[in-house]
Design a protein. Sequence first.
Lengths: 106, 873
Amino acid sequence: MLTRAEELILLAVWRLQEEAYGASIRTHLSDVTGEDWPIATVYTPLDRLTRKGLLRSRMGSPTGGRGGRSRKLYQLTADGVRTLGHARNVTEAMWQDLPDLGMSWS
Amino acid sequence: MNHPPRIWLALLRLIVHHSEQQFVEGDLEETFHEIEASYGRRRAAQWYRSQVLRSIPGFLLRTSYWSREMTKNYLLLALRNIRKSLGFMTINVSGLAIGLACTIMIGLFTISELSFDTHHEKADRIARVARTSKFTEIESRAAVTPAPLGPMLAANFPEVEDYFRLWKRQNDLELRIEDVISQQSNVYDADASMLEILSVEAAGPWVDAPLSQPFHMMLSASTAERLFQTRDVVGRSVEVQGEAFVVDGVYSDFPSNSHFRPAALLSFATLIQQRPELVGHMGNNLFHTYLLLTPGTKMETVDAKFPGVIEAAAGPEVAARLGFYLQPLTDIHLHSRLDHELEVNGSVETLFILGMIALFILTLAAVNFINLSTARSARRAREVGVRKAVGAHRSQVVSQFLEETLVLSFLALVMSLLMVVVFAPLFSELAGRPLDLLMLMQPGVVAGLVGFVVVVGLAAGFYPALVLARFNPIQVLKSGTAGAGNSGSPLFRRGLVVFQFVVSIVLIIGTLVVNQQLEFLRSQPLGFDQDQMLVTRLRTPEMHQNGERLMEEYKRVSGVSAVTASGSLLGGGASTVLIMPEGVQQGVDGVSLAMMMVRPDFIDVMNVGTLAGRSFDPERQTDLDNAFVINGQAARRMGWSAEEAVGKEIIWPSGMDGSSPPVRQGEVIGVMEDFHFASLHTAVEPLIMVPAERAVTYIMTRVETSDVVATVRRLEAAWAQVYPEDAFESFFLDEHFDTLYQTEERSARLFSVFSILALTLAGLGLLGLASHSTSRRIREIGIRKVMGASSGSILGLLLKEFVGLVLVAFMVASPAAWFIMRGWLENFPLRVGADPAVFLTAGFLVAILTALTVGFHALRAAWSDPVEAIRCE
């Protein structure tokens, strides 16, 4: 099972495609969730996901704007996509036909 | 363009593992610039700070994870490296292990010596009263005091809370339980307060108020078990020297680090009832007095009060000559060497010398380890080059080396502990005391050892790691060794080698000098004939009564050529008396001389040479009643030559004032050569000999050489006729003299062992360094050979480097060693001088060792195929 953070990060990598690296993922997550994610909380799940084989990483070439330092770029693996699909199914199944509690939620 | 705030960047670098630094920093900087562009520098800096701070816990966790992963990798590498060069690693590790083992053993010994008597709960408040007296020229210091002193101090000094007194009974006291008789030493009469003051622990049931009644006693646990096979012995009866005592209880044996260890305690009340004259008189200095001071009392405050008290009690004349002072209980073992100690105490000097040796050997071993590791690592330049080329960080190279040396130094620790377990019995024998290996389990000791090993491991790895990590990988890869030759300044490494040589040479010289001195002492003519002289001792005054009869019996034994006796044992010293020589006013200026009571024929039987006059003639009554025989020193002390002394009148007064008739008064009839009546540790002192019928304490029987064993057996039979109840104990005089030098012999053996160890360590170190230095010059040697150099000239070239170092070390070590050994030799009035042979031998030994170790490598290099050497370019 993916944690929430892992799920969000996988989704971010999917969306960012060729541009998925620490800074862009962090910014994207912060924008979507409205919270400033500390960089360490991005890298820990990234590593874990890489070790699980859901992501693969490679070093990019050095670029400007970041003091000539390389990026570590991430990419979804087939396993990653499959796991995300599964996670989505689970979420949708859980949402399916929930009774109305009389409280507004969206 | 602006940079993120440096301080936060620095913090970030601290917490982020170097494997991640690059992209983490980049990520943050990128976003920082984006924020800066839209919201300004302040907002961006704020954001950066909060990012770093909030990331601390996360990154720290991740960093430790990475380190663990890397460590696993390095440990594997370290083990592979060790396996790859097993021989070298064995040398390196065992060198350090030997050093550690020595230090551990010496350390344990030191700890146990320092811990003497500290186990008593009130140890810091307990003191022993020592006495100084100056009734002759020489001030004497004794551990014994009169019995009334303790109660007197407790009554008059508010600082003294309590006291107890000890009286040591003679050795081999006879204990009898029903019909079983056994001998027991270390039996003391003690005040009941001792149990409280020394916090003596019960090891079995006790009665209420033990030791308070006359003829009551207590037993130590081991004694009780030996005598009764149980500890439940309250109320049982033990006959001590024919008198019945009731057992009050059993106490735990005093630990081995106590300055006295009573096997049994008799109540002091017994002594008060049995020998009131002994206990009641201020003149009987027979007792050891211990005081318990009130908390916070300084010993000096009590010391300062003694003179006044003595003066008030005995007048100013006595006060000028007599003094008391306190010795802290915990200082007695190491610092007290008074007359009449309860047991043989330790010596701070020995401890100090041992400590120095331990320090030297440990330094040597550590230096070696560091040195060898450094030399070794220089060969791994290529490996480092590859690692750096594929992206190893400098800190990774450093930590790889550190981990390797740490693994090695911990291996050495394990090995040294094994060595300690194996060699502890040997060391115990050398040191004369058992080692308590359990002390190794103490947290302080464990922490110390681990700490030391970590420091040595780090030091050994750090230096090469720093040097290697600095290499330019391209250069290293191209040449294979470039820069490796510069690893470490040659001066530094040479300094280390010289240091090792110095230590080795000093220890060798020490060993040789101690052995020489011992040999010298043994070969000294004693001035009398000690060969084949069997000594039997009459142990009690009761036995003396039959001494005459025993001597007659001995004379009848076949194989005995002569029998004589003396009141004190040759080699054991003599008592001191005050003598008034002729021409000196009585009571003014006595001369203190050592005195021996001897049988009239003693001088002739012992073959002591005569300087002038004659020895005692048993046939002349005047000789027996009035005459004196002195030695040459005594004649000199009284201001006479040997010839002048004969015929002079001297007086042995009975008191200082001369009011009572003298003990003896008469002529000096002869002056003897200065024979060694005491041990050779002291010069021959002035001696006066007095013939006495009752001088039969030590009966000396000269046994003919043909069949010693049978003769001794016949002597034993003769003894049994006179003393059917007592055991026959005897020893040969020359053996007794040998035992006088046990301490020196022990030092000699200790020195030998340690200098062999130091040499081994130095040899190991040299081996490693030689291999390093030849391998560095392998190409040079190859080229030289191609150019036609002979093996001999190459050998010379390589040896030259080390021969100079040996010379320098020799120059430093010789004066240092002589300085140290002169101090030791000053303990002996008869001593060997500086023997150049000793120094040359030491230098020669080290030179040979150098030639062998260096030569081995040099020859290998010299004989190798030059093509191989040069091709490696």
